[in-house]
Design a protein around this ligand. Structure first.
Ligand SMILES: *Cc1c(COP(=O)(O)O)cnc(C)c1O
Length: 243
């Protein structure tokens, strides 16, 4: 991508970001929330490293990737890029936990106690404390990762174990909602994640529980109405992903 290509991306993403910020502000207002509580995580998966550069130039400082290898390739091309918080939003295989810690500042997708324990060991070796979110499969879909609402006892066990791991800081919950034509159909999913968080906050007040990572391009205004603090946006900012 030449300099002109980069400039085009910067203006395109800037325009999209303005629209996204307006939609977030309206949704927050409808819910009586402060829009400053909502952070946009720009999901750059499938786009080249230069698009990450354009996103940062357009004012986005939280970048999300769903694959360790892809993030590693991009970051190796972006060595001089400063001031970015990197979010892992996709499933993490246990054998990539160590590499993930070198690349990401926060992990949204902790979906088992075993993964949490491996991350804690790796974080210990790296001398780091890692912010993590627990992924919850609210819809109970067979194809999705995450703790399930119909087995809260394993979620509670995981929370208790993670709270005893000083290398992990449990900051909240994340969900990937089912794909629906009408975003209103997924409102109950977002609401259930918030209610689960509220319950966990009462049960385990020692954790901050500050984040609800929920909402993507097709449904983020509804997620903001339901309490999202991290919305993960790809197409709303960058258009259709290249295949
Ligand atoms: C791809 C992806 C997103 C962004 O999806 P859009 O619909 O393009 O906004 C968000 N979260 C996760 C986990 C993803 O894999």
């Amino acid at each position: 991508m030449g300099e002109r290509g980069l400039d085009l991306w910067i203006s395109r993403v800037s325009g999209c970001l303005r629209e996204v910020q307006q939609a977030i502000a309206s949704a927050a207002q409808r819910a009586g929330r402060d829009p400053a509580e909502v952070t946009v995580v720009a999901v750059t998966k499938s786009f080249p490293a230069e698009v990450v550069r354009a996103a940062v130039a357009a004012g986005l400082s939280h970048i999300g990737e769903n694959r360790v290898q892809e993030a590693r390739d991009k970051r190796s091309q972006l060595g001089d890029l400063q001031g970015v918080t990197w979010h892992l939003v996709g499933h993490l295989q246990k054998n990539k936990a160590g590499t993930a810690l070198l690349l990401f500042d926060i992990i949204h997708s902790v979906d088992s106690l075993e993964l949490a324990q491996i991350l804690a060991r790796r974080a210990d070796a790296a001398g780091r404390v890692v912010p993590v979110l627990l992924e919850v499969n609210v819809g109970g879909e067979a194809t999705k990762f995450g703790f399930r609402l119909d087995d809260l006892s394993s979620l509670y066990r995981a929370v208790e174990a993670i709270l005893s791991l000083p290398q992990l800081r449990l900051e909240g919950l994340m969900t990937v909602a089912p794909i629906c034509r009408d975003p209103e159909e997924v409102r109950p999913v977002f609401r259930q994640l918030r209610q689960l968080r509220d319950g966990l906050r009462e049960r385990y007040p020692e954790a901050p529980w500050r984040h609800l990572s929920m909402g993507m391009t097709d449904d983020y205004p509804v997620a903001v109405e339901e309490g999202a603090t991290l919305v993960r946006l790809g197409r709303a900012l960058f258009g259709q992903r290249p295949s």
